[in-house]
Design a protein around this ligand. Structure first.
Ligand code: NAD
Length: 496
């Protein structure tokens, strides 16, 4: 199979997109490195407080006219954006692979999921309809109008550079708000391309802004009185300790989606072949850097079932093809950078120290397809006899590591999952409707899979989460996003 051409061919300095103009930042400049090749592909600015202030000002200035633009006319910009994304689908996908490392198929899936949110937001004329009651008293009517609020900040993590801002931005602008997006500075290229396409789609200057950088930009958003709300996706420490409390303190509405530690529970009545395949993409897809990835595999059943199931898992995992994501034959790319690899290696060491048995070692002697430096590559790693209370069994690793544990029965498996502090996306594999119902009823996670290893809600469902995986009330995507980005205005009229 072919090795695809890299879409970014020259190293250029990424600019901020503020008020419809591409502006060079005065901030410090950092390299953006392709983790597969080790080559610098772009320079990204760590923008200053003045630059985030300028973006908020541009968005505030654009808001009065944009909110008076009819929902149908706003939707037309989104329809054009969808068309442009379809036309540039392959380029946008390859940019994600080049900056992040994920396989091209994973990037194509990410692009598709992003576009689906644009498609859903195109329905805004009906999605943001209010409601009306005639005669609440004699000759008096009452109605509700969802109204936009102003300028929203959108802050995203490194693992889905293109899609995650699209869980929020299409709904924010469709409802009549303006946005300032702060992508992860590790992967700034796909949001730059998206902003170019949003500009071409005809959003007026100031409606869609992008400011690159790190904490200074985030703090600038959190402190800015002109920002009415924040849609954040990232790790739990940032969501829980920075975003959520600071939004509370400054009176901003907030969505703060955090990290995960997902339990995949295998019942002895599961379809083994289909389950093993689903587990491969769940644990090792996106190189384990997915908030929906399987982390802990809990097997219920006797030794005979456990042994044959684990033999099939280890055999399949050991055959995963590792290499550059632009090689179409490759099934697992590198992790995003050397520091993340070191962190994952630290977890594997700690698991071994705590008594886990290393069944498949992805740390060394892995076969990398093609001529790439090993710096960011890891193979699938499987640890058995992991205690759910140990560091490796309880904390988010965010890498291609499967921690295996056993449970006597379904109740014990559910107890193990519920004892964990995260609650993002647990799943059960079973052919019993009774087991499936009990699991989905009792498990404390916002997304639940039944014979599905990656519980990714479609764009017309909320992207949920419980416990330390989510702080807020309304979620990104679909109807809940429309509600998040609007306030209910209630009107009562006596007809004189
Ligand atoms: P992160 O929390 O380090 O960074 C997320 C964003 O916050 C980035 O834009 C970053 O610049 C900014 N940031 C980081 N620390 C900050 C601080 N102290 N103050 C202000 N801003 C700060 O997350 P990450 O490493 O980029 O992404 C991986 C994490 O995201 C994982 O924990 C993963 O589970 C989570 N995630 C969650 C979901 C979900 O839907 N729940 C989806 C994708 C990723």
């Amino acid at each position: 199979m072919a090795i695809l051409e890299e879409p970014i061919k020259e190293v250029s300095l990424i600019k901020n997109f503020i008020g419809g103009e591409w502006l060079e930042s005065k901030g410090e400049i950092r390299d953006v490195v392709n983790p597969a090749t080790g080559k610098t592909i772009a320079k990204v600015p760590i923008s200053t407080k003045d630059e985030i202030d300028a973006a908020v000002k541009a968005a505030q200035e654009a808001f009065p006219d944009w909110r008076r633009t009819t929902p149908l006319a706003r939707a037309r910009c989104l329809f054009r954006l969808k068309e442009l994304l379809e036309e540039n689908f392959e380029e946008v996908s390859r940019i994600q692979t080049q900056e992040h490392g994920k396989t091209i198929d994973e990037s194509r899936g990410e692009t598709r999921r992003g576009i689906e949110n644009v498609e859903v937001a195109c329905g805004i004329p009906t999605l943001m309809q209010g409601y009306f009651s005639e005669d609440i008293a004699s000759g008096i009517d009452e109605w509700l109008i969802p109204t936009p609020l102003g300028v929203f900040g959108i802050i995203s993590p490194f693992n889905f550079p293109f899609m995650i801002p699209l869980w929020s931005a299409p709904y924010a602008v469709a409802t009549g708000n303006c946005v300032v997006i702060k992508p992860s500075s590790e992967v700034p290229n796909s949001q730059t391309r998206l902003a170019e396409l949003a500009d071409e789609a005809g959003f007026p200057p100031g409606v869609w802004n992008v400011v690159h950088g790190g904490r200074t930009v985030v703090n600038g958003m959190l402190d800015h009185p002109g920002i009415v709300g924040i849609a954040f996706v990232g790790s739990t420490p940032t969501a829980r300790d920075v975003i959520y409390p600071r939004c509370g303190a400054t009176g901003k509405r907030v969505i703060a989606q955090g990290g995960a530690k997902n339990f995949m529970v295998i019942m002895p009545d599961a379809n083994v072949r289909a389950t093993v395949l689903a587990l491969m993409t769940s644990f090792f897809g996106n190189t384990g850097q997915r908030c929906l990835s399987g982390a802990n595999l809990v097997i219920v059943g006797e030794d005979g079932f456990y042994n044959s199931f684990m033999d099939a898992v280890v055999d399949t995992a050991s055959r995963i093809i590792i290499g550059s994501g632009l090689d179409e034959a490759v099934q697992m790319g590198p992790v995003r950078d050397k520091e993340k690899k070191e962190r994952i290696l630290g977890y594997i060491e700690s698991g071994i120290k705590d008594g886990a048995k290393l069944r498949l070692d992805g740390r060394r002697n892995i076969k990398i397809t093609g001529d790439y430096p090993p710096t960011c590559f890891l193979g699938p790693t499987i640890l058995e006899d992991v205690s759910p209370d140990s560091k490796v069994g309880s904390e988010e690793i965010f890498g291609p590591v499967m921690s295996v544990m056993r449970a006597k029965n379904l109740d014990e498996a559910i107890e193990m999952a519920n004892a964990n502090s995260f609650g993002n996306a647990h799943a059960i594999f079973t052919s019993s409707g009774k087991n499936a119902r009990e699991f989905q009823y009792s498990v404390t996670s916002g997304n639940v899979g039944i014979n599905v290893g990656i519980v990714a809600p479609m764009a017309f469902f909320p992207f949920s989460g419980m416990k330390e995986s989510f702080y807020g009330i309304l979620h990104t995507q679909g109807q809940e996003a429309v509600r998040f980005f609007t306030e209910s205005k209630v009107v009562i009229q006596r007809w004189l």
